[in-house]
Design a protein around this ligand. Structure first.
Ligand code: ADP
Length: 319
């Protein structure tokens, strides 16, 4: 392979730039030319594609977001739209592409591979919602942001006998919530795996107040489970705590990537280039037991989500 492209797609994540840099530098050092495809599959279809040099990926390893931009293009499911993308690539002699994104982006990468453009997926998402990998690029940074925020909320909560209900991201994956719950010493964690029984949670909060005499309580809850502002009102009405909801929102997606995310992105970027050099496509890169491996995208997309029973069990033993 002589020329490859690289793009970022779907929701952005800190560490995507470190991955772009790694793919570009490893490829250039192996005698392969690299093209940046801007705004995800949208730029591929529209031909917004420019060469990347070692210098153009300099000074980006510490920057959040993605220098290539990201976009969503639902029409990419349409084969006619993908044909346009393939012809844009062929026109420039680009034979293979590294796609950094989530499972939606992986589907696009698989569809392109089936049309003769070898694609390798890298897991770029803060949600850690790609089952075939222990960690995604961006998860550690988002977790760090959450922990900093919850530590601050705890200070003010204990001054005011408050219950802070902190909604974190995860897109139906509870990993950010459970990891943050353990790291912050939260009182309660609610994810799609734990389920949400409102009455039971209120009962436990009364217990923390009356029996355990806690000065504050932190509840970490995944997004898309309940309206946390409504729930905070119920906490105020039904327990001795004054309930306050905080939705951390998009701050979780920003910031300079942590060293772990930068190193993970670099290791995964190297693997992607090595796979393309072997003529392999339709696979995604994962980290399993601290080994960088690759998994067929088709297999990756059909793996059931882990329930995180052991971590949830640990959390309960720490309360
Ligand atoms: P993420 O990659 O973060 O999961 P999306 O689900 O929005 O984000 O997917 C990103 C992009 O991937 C979509 O906007 C679309 O262009 C492309 N995509 C998603 N699903 C498919 C599919 N089944 N076939 C082809 N392309 C797809």
């Amino acid at each position: 392979v002589k020329r490859i492209g690289i793009l970022t797609s779907g929701g952005d994540a800190p560490g995507m730039n470190a991955a772009i840099r790694a793919v570009t530098r490893v490829a250039l050092n192996s005698g392969i030319e690299v093209f940046g495809i801007y705004d995800g599959y949208k730029g591929m279809v529209e031909g917004y594609i420019e060469p990347l040099t070692k210098a153009s990926v300099g000074e980006i390893i510490d920057r959040g977001g993605t220098i290539l931009g990201s976009a969503r293009l639902p029409e990419f499911k349409d084969i006619e739209v993908r044909k346009k993308a393939v012809s844009q690539l062929k026109k420039r002699g680009i034979e293979a592409v590294v796609v950094i994104g989530g499972d939606g982006s992986y589907r696009g990468a698989l569809a392109l591979t089936e049309m003769g453009i070898n694609c390798i997926g890298l897991p770029g998402t803060i949600d850690n919602d790609i089952t075939c990998t222990d960690f995604t690029i961006g998860f550690d940074t988002a977790l760090t942001t959450i922990v900093e925020a919850v530590d601050k909320l705890r200070d003010t909560s204990s001054s005011h006998h408050r219950c802070s209900i902190v909604e974190v991201m995860g897109n139906r994956c509870g990993d950010l919530a459970i990891w943050a719950g353990i790291a912050c010493g939260a009182e309660i964690v609610i994810t799609s795996s734990t389920g949400f029984e409102e009455g039971e949670v209120l009962e436990r909060l009364r217990d923390f107040d009356l029996i355990k005499k806690k000065r504050h309580a932190i509840v970490v809850i995944s997004e898309k489970i309940t309206d946390v502002h409504q729930f905070a009102k119920k906490v105020s009405l039904n327990t001795g705590f004054s309930g306050r909801a905080t939705v951390l929102g998009h701050v979780q997606r920003g910031g300079s990537p942590t060293p772990s995310d930068r190193v993970l992105a670099s290791r995964m970027g190297e693997k992607a280039v090595d796979l393309l050099m072997q003529g392999i496509g339709g696979q995604c890169v994962s980290i399993k037991d601290n080994q960088i491996i690759s998994v067929p995208i088709e297999e990756a997309l059909s793996m059931p989500r882990e329930s995180r029973k052991r971590l949830l069990n640990l959390f309960e033993r720490l309360v």
